[in-house]
Design a protein around this ligand. Structure first.
Ligand code: NAP
Ligand code: MG
Length: 404
């Protein structure tokens, strides 16, 4: 069979440890035999990041801006132990953080739903996508511990020398605590824009919630920015696509979600997204069964797995022991990127291939063949536990059957 041809290169960001091992097997077994892969390769493995003083991460982000679609392997975020282990020149920043800052994007995470791995919430039939606004609020706050009576105020001093504004936060009669938070319109707009763009790209409804009834200026600003953008720029395209933008209060959203079927995108403020994304991923199975895509407000897409480099399995692998590491999220990072590339370049074979590879992956699991992490949580009886490579080979077999 002739291999599928591509037009524009995919930006490929290689990574670290067990996921780097998976990356190579996956390309050899599931990509190269079927696609004449056009990719611009960036090695974000920690060793090469160190050799380039992390310039490679910046180059990879710029390439994503140039071509529009990237696929990324999980990477180590160095800490003190890693600096010693890899003899690093510096404790580099998280590559995901660098990429997100350069693309100004929002991360969307969606569970991969498969028969035999049932969500904890009975009514959830379709995956729920979470988008977290990753700027400001409590994550960029200032705090004070108060140890005696006194007044705390908040003052805005304009740069242009015009009149200051001061409000009293609290008049303390005894010890207590106080916190100051901020956000900026530009970041909120970019977040909203990424959410609207992604909802259109996925043809899914978009929900956003805050506590605007209590927080009449702070949370209300989020609500207003979403509403203004929707009314002025997205309403028509949403109506055309047959999807809905729905705003409600955060507590109402939580209550509705527990009774919903899923299948929509839930845009969350920073803290809500932090908490709710952990709830959703654990309720649906595991991080290894979760897709993750960074969407920039300018329409660049970077697909990755939601989990890390699975260090513990890598050390077993290095010691010559057998591993059973789940490659589903990494496979779906590739299919997501290939499908988007196909969509942007008008290559339907590429989109069909992405569908077929995802189906082959799920069919493999539903036929009872899976990695150890899934075998531990499946409702299926007597699953066959495969090692890292054999699971990918089983998917290839399933894929070849489907394509033939
Ligand atoms: P991790 O790699 O996500 O792994 C934590 C544990 O979760 C594993 O030990 C394993 O449990 C289980 N697990 C995760 N993914 C799995 C998979 N695909 N298949 C089977 N089991 C899986 O997190 P970590 O060990 O805390 O972090 C390792 C490195 O990854 C760190 O250096 C961190 O900086 C980096 N990291 C990168 C990203 C990213 O690039 N997106 C995200 C998070 C962390 P068992 O050991 O019980 O089998
Ligand atoms: Mg969290």
């Amino acid at each position: 069979m002739a291999k599928i041809q591509m037009k524009t290169p995919l930006v490929e960001m290689d990574g670290d440890e067990m996921t780097r091992i998976i990356w190579q097997i996956l390309k050899d077994e599931l990509i190269y035999p079927f696609i004449d892969l056009k990719s611009e390769y960036y090695d974000l493995g920690l060793k090469y990041r160190d050799e380039t003083g992390d310039q490679v991460t910046i180059d990879a982000s710029n390439a994503t801006k140039k071509y529009g679609v990237a696929v990324k392997c999980a990477t180590i975020t160095p800490n003190a132990a890693r600096v010693e282990e890899y003899n690093l020149k510096e404790m580099y920043k998280s590559p995901n953080g660098t990429i997100r800052a350069m693309l100004d994007g929002t991360v969307f995470r969606t569970p991969i739903v498969v028969k035999g791995i049932e969500p904890t919430v009975r009514t959830w039939k379709k995956p729920l996508t979470i988008a977290r606004h990753a700027y400001g609020d409590v994550y960029r706050n200032v705090e004070m511990k108060i140890d005696k009576p006194g007044k705390v105020t908040m003052t805005f001093t304009p740069d242009d020398g015009s009149e200051e504004q001061t409000v009293t936060v609290f008049d303390f009669k005894g010890p207590g605590i106080v916190q100051g938070q901020h956000n900026v319109d530009e970041s909120i707009s970019n977040f909203a824009r990424s959410c609207f763009e992604y909802a259109l790209s996925e043809k899914k409804d978009l929900w956003f919630a805050s506590k605007d009834t209590i927080s009449k200026k702070y949370d209300h600003r989020f609500k207003d920015i979403f509403n203004e953008l929707y009314e002025n720029e997205y309403k028509e395209s949403f109506e055309k696509a047959g999807i809905v933008f729905f705003y409600t209060l955060i507590d109402d959203a939580v209550a509705r979600i527990m009774k919903s079927e899923g299948g929509f995108i839930w845009a969350c403020k920073n803290y809500d997204g932090d908490v709710m994304s952990d709830m959703i991923s654990s309720a649906f199975g595991s991080l290894a069964m979760m897709t993750s895509v960074l969407v920039s407000p300018y329409g660049y897409y970077e697909y990755e797995a939601a989990h890390g480099t699975v260090q513990r399995h890598y050390y077993k692998h290095l010691a010559g022991e057998e591993t059973s590491t789940n490659s589903v999220a990494t496979i779906f990072a590739w299919t997501g990127a290939l499908r988007k590339r196909g969509e942007l370049d008008g290559i339907s074979e590429l989109m069909d291939f992405a569908d077929a590879l995802e189906k082959a992956t799920l069919d493999t699991i539903e036929s009872g063949k899976m990695t150890k992490d899934l075998a531990l949580i499946t409702t299926m009886e007597n699953p066959t536990v495969l090692n890292t490579r054999d699971f990918i080979l089983a998917i290839r077999e399933e894929l070849e059957k489907a394509i033939a």
